[in-house]
Design a protein around this ligand. Sequence first.
Ligand code: PMP
Length: 338
Amino acid sequence: MTDATKYRALVDFIGNTPLIRLNHVSEATGCEILGKAEFMNPGGSVKDRAALGMVRDAERRGALKPGGTIVEGTAGNTGIGLAVVGNSLGYPTVIVMPDNQSRDKVDTLKSYGAEVRLVPAVPFKDPNHFVHQSKRLAEELDAQLPQGACWAGQFDNLANREFHEQTTGPEIWEQTGGAVDAFICSVGTGGTLAGTARALKARNPKVTIGLADPQGSALYNYYRHGELKAEGSSISEGIGNSRVTANLEGTPIEAPFQIPDSESIPLVYELIRREGLSVGGSTGVNVAGAVRLARELGRGHVIVTLLCDTALRYRARLFNRAFLESKGLALPDWLDLG
Ligand code: PMP
């Protein structure tokens, strides 16, 4: 006899990720710096949470019908999350991505059977930006396909941050026994930072909320100086923004930091070598932000950040001598780069 209530299917394993002490940065700062292992989600990144939150919300609203197609514009990880969730719940996925993202994310999407459409990377104000193209495509497919299509719209769809408010934030609160002093991470859509901040502030208004922003993003200047202004560039993917999204709006960011690649990328290699943690560029930005915040708050604080995805999602960049040299980044001398 089978017992469908006793065992859980894949989507039930999204979230409830481990909270890992980052030994070396904790010892260097005298704080407890903890990383939530989001790369352990079934689709390998933090974006599984937003994907599930948006799919469940679309089902409830009736926007996504049985067998309907999910369409999204994404730097890749949300697409992978949607493909994982979609495959497990019976929804095909069509993913629109800018063509400057790592090949590994495109290959991963295709390996799940998602239809991938690469479009030129252009500014958000351009009607051909991947977000606008994905929205138009969703409308077209909805009119054509018998089961319809639904646009996820992660940047301004509040189901994204709500899922973090209901899961990521409460998990951090429980895993630290309420001892968390600060939470900091980078922002792509802002769903993670905004939702987690809301949950933690509701439990203890004294929890400090920080932003770790890469160069090339306008958010640091906005929260530090009140002006949306970008400078420089970064090899990190999936983070940074030129605008305050609906998800990010109203987030009480008290400690904004701008993190150059020269600070975050060496940390990526240090996390691999000294902690055994394979992480991508956005995690380097997150941990660099946690270190800066630890130095600002002083010793003895509990600071939580996110380990968003793994280095293997950026194989052709993080482990590529020519790419690193072209960006003027220091080569990790202990790694065999071929
Ligand atoms: N890190 C990575 C690797 C991502 O793909 C993303 C999302 N694009 C983020 C961080 C940022 O998460 P959020 O969209 O919730 O701000």
